[in-house]
Design a protein around this ligand. Sequence first.
Ligand code: 6R9
Length: 649
Amino acid sequence: MHDDPARRPLDRGAHDPPEPFVAQANVTDPDLRSAFEREWPDCWARAGDLLEWERPYESVLAGDGETPPFRWFDGGRLNASVNCVDRHLEDRKSQVAIRWEGRLGETRSYTYLDLHREVNEFAAGLRSLGVGPDDVVTLYMPMIPELPVAMLACARLGAVHNVVFAGFSAEALAARMARADSRFLVTCDGYYRRGAATNQKNKADNARISLDHEVEATVVVSRLGEETHLGKDQYSYVDLLAAHEGARVAPVARDAGDPLFLIYTSGTTGAPTAVTHTTGGYLAHVAWTARAVLDLEPEDTYWCSADIGWITGHSYIVYGPLALGATTMLYEGAPDHPERDRLWRIIERNAIDVFYTAPTAIRSFMKWGSDHPERHDLSSLRLLGTVGEPINPRAWEWYRAHIGGGSCPVVDTWWQTETGAILASTLPGTDAMKPGSVGPPLPGIEARVVDEAGEPTPPGEPGHLVVDRPWPGMPTTLAEGGTLGSTHPARDDGGFRYVAGDEATVDEDGYLTVLGRVDDVINVAGRRFSSMELESSIVEVNGVAEAAVIGSADDRTGKAVCAYVSPERDRPADDDLRARIERRVREAIGPIATPDAVVFTPELPKTRSGKIMRRLLEDIANDEPLGDTSALRNPEILGEIESTIREDA
Ligand code: 6R9
């Protein structure tokens, strides 16, 4: 795409796609974006046609594409489990579909044939317990193969799954079951966390007791292999499979717009809310992006290190890779157990082709040092991806050099629980990569940056990231014409607009840089700073691993910059480091942004999916009562930070 020097992005540090990669890439047509533009919305047939339909769709998008309801693949009927399992039997029944590595180092592999058998048997089991189309089945399990099996078994029956992250409390589980009116639960006896066994069944029982409605059936997977007491309406997973050995369940054909699952948003800024994703539009969108952005092919062994409890795991551990017939890796453990090279060991042993992870993980890898990946042969890797937060250019370069050996493209993919699938990213076979920028909107996606009045911002000027056209993976609320999150700034002409709640800029090449959540913008004396630009300048300082920047109340400037900094391994957190941080911010951004306070902390507070929770740091800095901490993974760090601040004061 950038052979013509005039079209080459001017930015220092841009990387062209490596030639050996391009030679084999799934998408290499430099004009794909304009083809999508010309053919919109029919261009999305490229996604729909990756699926097997029981009844073909009549139109890619019914109606004028401007006014809801938006019916993607209208008239089409399909079953998601057929698309992720049955249809691969002909060509690759003996190929591994799911390869699992447990916390204690155990491994298990399911071929597509194995997966087909177990999904059918479990679907038969669920059906015998009364599960039918549109019933909501809550799945409360760690990263074990029974979780994707249960998801696909629900899909086979036309039931709607509701995965709740295994680390959530009984109370959080109960709230999510109550809101979904979910009368079926699949859980496990327990699982290992940091070397110790946790009692998951206990949490599930407590949730059940606190619910106002009755739970008709609970299925318990034995992960620990110990004797578990099963009460009334409780069933053992293996017994249920045995009772339905060899059973075949006819897949229930669903309308393209019928729900496949519901899932809760991550809740970095507000309370988590549920969104529902569709069977046809969602599956087509995740399959297409897994193919075009992650470059997946059926021969690939692919690993996304997210948890299935989050949207990333739904879309890019389970549905995307399995729809394409690839081998998807499932890892139950922690990245630093027993050693800090655990992930690199897994990549080496399984010859992983494509690896997808989050900036928070990459920052940890940097903190732990490059000697860990250097001890392993990572040459099987062809492409790297990242998702979840803005990635600082320094972390991006580290990832490319130390994990990708300098020869893998790195795709920085922007999307959300609400969008279901990737909406913005470079296409690795055609687009130059700019570290820190996610790249252009995907073909067929009308993502843009607008100001408070709703008008497109000039290049480099921050504004609201919005999506001005429907997309196949959109959730049912938006498809039906409802709203999600903020509706400001709306379009003048009243046309479709989804306001993503992120702040972004766009450059002359149409590349988007996501700066962070709109709520995390800091206004110092009338100048708006994004957390991302300040944090990026701080992590450029030698010795800094991670930083989170928030605004603390200031009489003079309205807000003052307060930086929480976590130093690199074995580096001192001293006045010298503090001075270098202040100097760097002054140089990179300007004196007005110089931090008023630099607080050192061994860790930053993060959600269970690894996103920095700046809202809580803001509460601490402003001496306010802490807001909702239920989404936090490391609540104990807040107390430490509070006492550090008080000692310093
Ligand atoms: C998939 C997922 C969504 C929020 C989103 C944005 C942030 C995700 C990003 C990114 C910068 C990227 N985000 N990808 N920010 N660059 N490549 O993470 O979904 O948990 O709902 O979070 O994550 O702020 O709005 P979800």
